[in-house]
Design a protein around this ligand. Sequence first.
Ligand code: URA
Length: 215
Amino acid sequence: MAQSDLPKNLFVVNHPLILHKLTLMRDKSTPSAVFRQLLREISLLLAYEVARDLPITTQTIETPLAEMEAPILKGKKLVIVSILRAGNGLLEGMLDLMPSARIGHIGLYRDPETLQPVEYYLKVPEDISERPVIVVDPMLATGNSVSYAIKRLKEKGAKDIRLVCLLSAPEGIRQVCGAHPDVKVYTAAVDSHLNDHGYIVPGLGDAGDRMFGTK
Ligand code: URA
């Protein structure tokens, strides 16, 4: 995908540290324990970027030397919503940086024939409409699951939604950015294409399997 074709709501966070760690993750010889640790480190770096435009207010505090109006995050704590199961791999690094965040989960699996999402679990804070929401899923492939998850969160009242994906395919970007132009999408890399099984090429394989050692 040429730079000029990228949708306005897509942000490619191609920091050298992220790219280096991502290369290690892509390598098929990287063991699960290292893969998980790298994902945790990258997700912390992505969290830093996705939090960049969170609203700020000020609070009066006293330092040892003086009173001051000091900046502080405004409003309720944000919610991180993990798309099960691979989304959980992005949670820990995000929580390292934002430990008070609330956590939501949405359970979806891909029908292997239609590649369409099927929902089996959904639990999010009741006051999600009052909180910024960060949806996490490492692989933006067809975009069907992510689009569906965002639609369900909007039905639950979410208004201020950001999406963090480690790797994206052009097909998924077009799907999600087209269906949800109000959602800012953050990704570390945009890969070449999807194969016939819906896997990102060159990608890193099945993120859930590589993370959890199932295969
Ligand atoms: N899910 C994965 O885990 N990997 C892909 O390449 C696509 C979807």
